[in-house]
Design a protein around this ligand. Structure first.
Ligand SMILES: [Zn+2]
Length: 101
């Protein structure tokens, strides 16, 4: 998605932060796993990722959508492929010979 077509309303901005927030959360959890271990083992802390996602979705749902722009891109124009060349009606002998090989 291009930056130009991106909506700048509060709700979409918060939603756009979900990906980076997940990456940062996973990084922090692995850091805790490596440095603290024990109770901060990743097996125990991974649900924090779900909490972060849920909190960001809540924040996005409750924030303003003033100035929201639907960023539905226009349907791509698919060029129709050209029709294959039709064989000659009365093919010369050289054409028939090349087809038989
Ligand atoms: Zn928006």
């Amino acid at each position: 998605m291009s930056i130009q077509g991106r909506c700048r309303c509060q709700s979409c901005t918060i939603r756009g932060l979900t990906g980076p927030a997940i990456v940062i959360t996973i990084g922090v959890l692995f850091l805790l796993h490596e440095t603290q271990g024990g109770h901060f083992d990743f097996q125990n802390t991974w649900p924090v990722i779900l909490l972060v996602i849920g909190l960001l979705q809540l924040a996005s749902a409750f924030s303003s959508r003033e100035g929201h722009v639907d960023s539905q891109p226009p349907a791509p124009v698919v060029p129709t492929p050209p029709a294959p060349p039709a064989p000659p009606v009365n093919p010369p002998q050289s054409y028939l010979a090349s087809r038989e090989q």
